[in-house]
Structures are given as structure tokens and as C-alpha cells.
Design a protein. Structure first.
Length: 365
């Protein structure tokens, strides 16, 4: 059984092992125990409401209950750029014209930008290789949208994700080699690590403030602007299915795209429904394909939990939950729960009747 829960201090070693296997380029989760422990501590303070809401970092662990092992992580940064400046390049076009020569030139450019400041970011998605497939990645990613929906006042109206850009097996980035390396006397992996450690001041101090004309870059560099790493394609496809779109921003190091969506337009948020738990003591067949399962969450902030359950457990007002699953979700009979589709395109027995602002929805089957 796999369950989403807040990250805990004893998850450090499992998290470190995953970060080591992830390789270079995963900026927010470098293989550094001290940094990872700081992130865990910050996440615990956030769930315990011991920090300002805008400074919160919510990290979720995917735990294999039987193996007692953390096999995945995903996160939400409540607001970026308020403590550490958050930089991107904005893709734009500069137009130059000469009436005398009859020439009209449109030149694509990269402009250093802070446009995403004060916006919520979904981040730090990482799943162990042996748990890929079976809807596990979908659960790990989409659980964040259920949390965003339940506690909207803590986040901005818009949410974005910065996707990992193109780099080779040695961690070399064509865009960095053509651009960043000319202003930073360091390798791409070193700059990426410094950024992940929270040291971003060097970007403002050394990066050129004027537009970068893309035609002046080599073909290899231009080709990767706005492109994602092969390992990131499934994550991008999932976000696109949720309603995320490219917003014209790219990562300043590897050129990975930034995608965004308004929270109320995210598919998981739009299709989520409310029910009450009905805990049953008899056994149920929970081992069904991902297409026949839905996500189910409790409504707790500090002890947030999400797992999956077969669609046929859902009734007009309640959802039948076997005792073992209810214990994992920390719910009892009568407790409110929230349900959302796990896979896009899957047939769902739940349809909206009408909705009210703030997630107070009435539904029918």
C-alpha cells in the first residue's frame, strides 16, 4: 500500500538515496544531506504552522507502508522570490525595421526576469525507479493539487512548475556551455548545485542584464531552449493534461520551460468531489488497475494523507473504506474525505452537480 504523507525527519536516508540516483540537474533535491535535512526541517515547520504562510515549503513523501520505506517525494513552494530572488529568462521578440532599406527584422531574445515572484511553485518531484508505473507517479504529483485545493488561501491564484531542461548523461547543458559558462567560471553542475543550495546572489551579480539575442547562440543551444529532459517528458505530459501551459519563461541554466495554470482551472481541482468516509471491516479487493482507481484524501492540514481506492467504493454521499486503508488515511466513519480522478481520460462514476467557491461543492453520481 502506498500513501502520501508529510515528509518526516526519518525520511532523510531514503531521500538522500533517491537524490543520488537522480543524477545532476535536479536543482531542488541535490544529493546533500545537510541541505536535505534543512528542507525537511522547513517542511515540518510549515505543516506545524511555525512560519509565515508565504515562506512555507510543503514536502510530501510517498511511503510504501509494507516496506516502511519512502519511495517518492513532491513539494509545493508557497511563494517564490520573497526571500531568495527567483530568476528566469523570458522569451520575447525584438523588432527592428528600416524604412529606407525596406527591412523588418524580428529577433527572438532572452531577457532576465523576476516575473514569477510571489507565485506558488510545485517542485521537487522524484520517484524511485522501482516504483515507476502503476499510477504511482500520478499519485505523487497530483496529490499536490488536492492540497492546493483544500487550502487555497495559503497559495497564489496561479501555480507554476519549472521543468528540467536538456542535459547529457555527464550533466552538461548546451545552453549553459554557450551562455552561462561565458559569465560564470564554473561547470553547469556546480552552478546548478549552488542554486539548489539557495545561493542565488551570484546570478544577479554575474548574469548579463541586457537581452541575449538567440541567433547569436550556436544551433545546439538554441535547439534546447524551452525543451525538457527526456526523463521529464512524462511529468510535462501529466501537467499539460491538468491544464498547464508554457508561459514563455525558461530556466536560466538549462533552458527548461516554465508551465503554469490557475488553480481553479487545474483538472484535478475541477473534478474533485466531497464524500464522507464509511469504514468497513470486511476485506476489499484494492489491487485494481490505475484506470479503475481514484485518489482519496483526508481533509487534515497537519496530517494530510492521500492514497488510492477503487472507483466502485464510491456512493452518492459516502465512500466505503476498508479498515486498513482508513487507518493509513487517519479517518473514521463520518469524517469528510475528498476524491479526485487518478488518471486523465479514465471513466469516472462521479460527476459535478453544481459548485460553490472555495471547494464547497455539491455532487451527484
Amino acid at each position: 500500500m502506498l500513501v502520501i504523507r508529510p515528509l518526516q525527519s526519518d525520511d532523510l536516508e531514503d531521500l538522500y538515496a533517491m537524490a543520488q540516483k537522480a543524477g545532476k540537474g535536479l536543482t531542488t533535491l541535490p544529493a546533500d544531506r545537510e541541505l536535505l535535512q534543512r528542507k525537511i526541517d522547513r517542511a515540518r515547520e510549515s505543516f506545524n504552522q511555525r512560519c509565515a504562510p508565504e515562506a512555507a515549503l510543503y514536502l510530501f513523501a510517498l511511503e510504501d507502508i509494507q516496506a516502511r520505506k519512502t519511495v517518492g517525494i513532491s513539494g509545493i513552494e508557497a511563494r517564490v522570490g520573497l526571500e531568495e530572488v527567483f530568476y528566469n529568462y523570458r522569451l520575447s521578440v525584438t523588432v527592428n525595421a528600416s524604412k529606407e532599406l525596406g527591412v523588418h527584422v524580428r529577433t527572438p531574445t532572452l531577457n532576465l526576469s523576476n516575473d514569477m515572484t510571489d507565485t506558488t511553485e510545485i517542485c521537487s518531484l522524484l520517484l524511485s525507479d522501482e516504483y515507476q508505473g502503476g499510477g504511482n507517479g500520478l499519485l505523487l504529483s497530483r496529490c499536490r493539487f488536492m492540497f492546493l485545493d483544500d487550502f487555497r488561501k495559503r497559495f497564489s491564484d496561479k501555480v507554476f512548475a519549472e521543468m528540467r531542461g536538456v542535459s547529457d548523461k555527464d550533466g552538461k547543458s548546451p545552453l549553459w556551455d554557450a551562455l552561462g559558462s561565458k559569465f560564470f567560471d564554473m561547470e553547469f553542475s556546480q552552478a546548478d548545485m549552488l542554486s539548489g543550495l539557495g545561493n542565488k546572489s551570484f546570478i544577479a551579480e554575474l548574469m548579463p542584464k541586457y537581452p541575449i539575442y538567440l541567433p547569436m547562440l550556436p544551433d545546439a543551444a538554441r535547439a534546447v531552449v524551452g525543451m525538457v529532459h527526456d526523463n521529464t517528458r512524462p511529468a510535462l505530459k501529466m501537467l499539460q493534461a491538468e491544464g498547464f501551459n508554457f508561459n514563455g519563461m525558461v530556466d536560466i541554466f538549462d533552458g527548461g520551460p516554465v508551465v503554469e495554470a490557475f488553480v481553479h482551472n487545474i483538472r484535478t481541482v475541477r473534478e474533485a468531489v466531497n464524500r464522507h468516509a464509511m469504514v468497513v471491516n470486511h476485506s476489499m479487493d484494492l489491487d485494481v488497475p490505475a484506470e479503475q482507481r481514484v485518489m482519496i484524501s483526508n481533509r487534515s492540514f497537519r496530517d494530510f494523507r492521500v492514497t488510492t481506492i477503487p472507483m466502485n467504493c464510491i456512493g452518492p454521499d459516502t465512500v466505503k473504506i476498508p479498515r486498513v486503508l482508513a487507518e493509513a488515511l487517519l479517518v473514521e466513519s463520518g469524517d469528510p474525505v475528498r476524491i479526485a480522478p487518478l488518471k486523465e481520460g479514465a471513466l469516472s462514476p462521479i460527476r459535478p452537480n453544481n459548485s460553490e467557491p472555495g471547494g464547497g461543492k455539491q455532487w451527484q453520481t
